[in-house]
Design a protein around this ligand. Structure first.
Ligand code: S3P
Length: 173
């Protein structure tokens, strides 16, 4: 049974929706950011501040490689995971890749109350979201499917993903 891999920008609902999809299909849920936090025993903001982004990316690549070895999981990835081809290759081997998308304004609204994302800890957050989205568009395009979450409740997004997974034949084993 293939993995369902959720990629996409911060604030597109990968973790929330991933949980729902896993529950509906009876699959294990894994979140790469949570794995990093567990491994290092520190929040992502602290990893960036103490070890720097390049080290965070290295740890992230190791976590992705480890997680991708197993099957039958729903994997929510950090927004920067597709920036590294090694991650994409590992996740594609036994996974259907689904990119969650949302408009910059919606992402801004969903992320503004939290300071848990170091890349969005800047004075003009909306501008930063637009810039990063632009820069990352080509990386997110590696997905097998895109699902826009801008105007959909998480439960509807989860249902769409379950349908895509079943239609893909991935649940057949
Ligand atoms: C990042 C996204 C974050 C987290 C880190 C870097 C990114 O995860 O991995 O702050 O580069 O887009 P979420 O997408 O779950 O917020």
């Amino acid at each position: 049974m293939k993995n369902i891999v959720l990629i996409g920008f911060m604030g597109t609902g990968k973790s929330r929706v991933g949980h729902m999809v896993a529950r509906r299909l009876g699959l294990r849920f894994v979140d790469t950011d949570d794995r990093i936090v567990e491994k290092l025993q520190m929040p992502i903001t602290e990893v960036f501040a103490k070890l720097g982004e390049p080290k965070f990316r290295e740890i992230e690549r190791n976590v992705v490689a480890e997680v991708a070895l197993k099957e039958g999981q729903v994997i929510a990835t950090g927004g920067g995971v597709p920036l590294f081809d090694e991650n994409v290759q590992n996740l594609k081997r036994n996974g259907i890749i689904i990119c969650l998308t949302a408009s910059p304004e919606i992402i801004y609204r969903r992320t503004m109350g939290s300071d848990a994302r170091p890349l969005l800890s800047v004075s003009d957050k909306l501008e930063q979201i637009r810039t990063l989205l632009d820069r990352r568009q080509a990386y997110y395009a590696v997905a097998d499917h895109q699902v826009d979450t801008s105007s959909c409740p998480a439960s509807v997004v989860a249902r769409k993903i379950v349908e895509l997974y079943k239609a893909d034949g991935s649940s057949q084993g």
